[in-house]
Design a protein around this ligand. Structure first.
Ligand code: NAD
Ligand code: ZN
Length: 361
């Protein structure tokens, strides 16, 4: 078991990573809630609830650990992104109200980044805010979505357009959940781990290079913990996304455009892999990313089983989508470049120039 602290002023919390018995997960969650909790609502990704026996055991263990009369109930969400709508938030919060959850209640989100975002946003708005904890069940949620306190749901107009900052009181990443996670989702999660390597921790790049497609099986705890540490450090230094936190967007400017243009056929991590390849190449064309690092990055991502063939995917439609990216400032983009393993640099690039550089005429 590895514990990574997320040192925020007033509301720091810990991320625990390991293979746990449900009773141990429950004990950690209950300790974080303290003695005053009036009820626990476990909001679970419905697919995870159906596939993983760990969910029922966790709910039972929470019940066993709570004082008599303090209820714990499970509420199944639609699987994956389908839970991230305002309609689902309305359903969940009405269910909370019908079941009498008050301000001293706590929510536990169990699932991938989608269920975590749903649970966190429901916790942020129900009764103007109740406490919540997360049990991430995808690699992406363990290394990325569960850390940082951003919560959001989607609108028809776009992803993550309605949300709030709300920090969890605890995060427990039980590696046992990864057993039922489809291989493609596991590999996609590795893209965010690689991102942490490029922007802050070169040892992660070494580990991914050595382990290749087996990197996660070989050393899941240290790998996940190192990525969580990177995100925790960046977030702790910039809780509300004023500046430094933008390094986490490495690979995301082009990645988001590819993801949206694919109609979300590409998984987020796959799109980010392609976006990182584009960012490395672009960096080389500006003379800020060494060609050797560009080539190494591409080979490393391919070795993990991630897509890297970005050039043929940079269609006019994809390039057009870059301009709807949230991080756009006027007619230019604040682009994150990797200048050496673990090191970054920001550069404002006019949109037209960015498009031309990405897809030379
Ligand atoms: N809040 C943040 O800071 C943040 C950061 C990154 C991503 N996100 C959000 O996270 C979401 C993506 O997260 P994700 O990649 O975890 O996807 P996801 O939550 O949609 O899960 C992917 C799929 O795997 C299934 N699943 C989850 N865990 C499983 C398990 N253990 N076994 C079997 N199936 C399982 C889900 O039902 C879903 O179908 C997006 O909505 C994104 O916006 C949020
Ligand atoms: Zn991402």
């Amino acid at each position: 078991m590895i514990t990574v602290p997320v040192p925020l002023p007033d509301r720091g919390y810990e991320v625990r990573i390991g293979r746990f018995e449900p009773a141990a997960v429950a004990a950690t969650l209950l300790e974080a809630m303290g003695g005053s909790v009036s009820g626990v609502a476990v909001l679970v990704d419905g697919t995870v609830a159906a596939r993983s026996p760990r969910v029922a055991r966790l709910v039972a263990a929470l019940g066993a650990g709570l004082p008599p009369g303090v209820p714990v109930r499970q509420y199944d969400l639609p699987g994956g992104e389908a839970s991230k709508t305002l309609a689902e938030i309305a359903r969940t919060t009405e269910w909370l109200a019908e079941n009498g959850y008050d301000r001293r209640a706590a929510i536990v989100g169990v699932g991938g980044g989608a269920a975590g975002d749903h649970a966190g946003f429901a916790a942020a708005v129900y009764l103007r805010g109740v406490r919540f904890a997360l049990c991430p069940t995808t690699l992406l949620a363990m290394v990325d979505a569960s850390v940082g306190g951003k919560t959001a749901v989607d609108l028809p107009a776009g992803k993550n357009l309605v949300g709030a900052f709300h920090q969890p009181i605890a995060v427990v990443a039980d590696l046992g959940f990864l057993e039922t996670l489809p291989r493609r989702e596991q590999v996609a999660g590795l893209a965010e781990v690689a991102k942490c390597g490029f922007i802050a921790d070169p040892s992660l790049l070494d580990a991914l290079e050595t382990g290749g497609a087996r990197a996660l099986e070989l050393a899941p705890e240290p790998l996940i913990a190192a990525a969580v540490r990177v995100k925790a450090e960046v977030v702790a230094g910039d809780e509300r996304e004023a500046g430094r936190r933008a390094v986490l967007n490495f690979g995301h400017t082009v990645g988001h455009a590819l993801e949206a243009a694919s109609g979300y056929d590409l998984l987020h991590g796959e799109a980010v892999s392609l976006g990182m390849v584009a960012a490395l190449s672009l960096g080389t064309s500006y003379g800020v990313t060494p060609a050797a690092l560009r080539d190494r990055g591409r080979a490393l991502l391919a070795g993990l089983g991630l897509p890297v063939d970005v050039e043929r995917r940079l269609t006019t439609e994809v390039l057009g989508r870059i301009d709807v990216d949230k991080k756009r400032r006027g007619s230019s983009v604040r682009f994150v470049f990797c200048t050496a393993p673990g090191a970054t640099r920001f550069q404002e690039i006019p949109l037209d120039e960015l498009r031309t550089r990405l897809q030379p005429p």
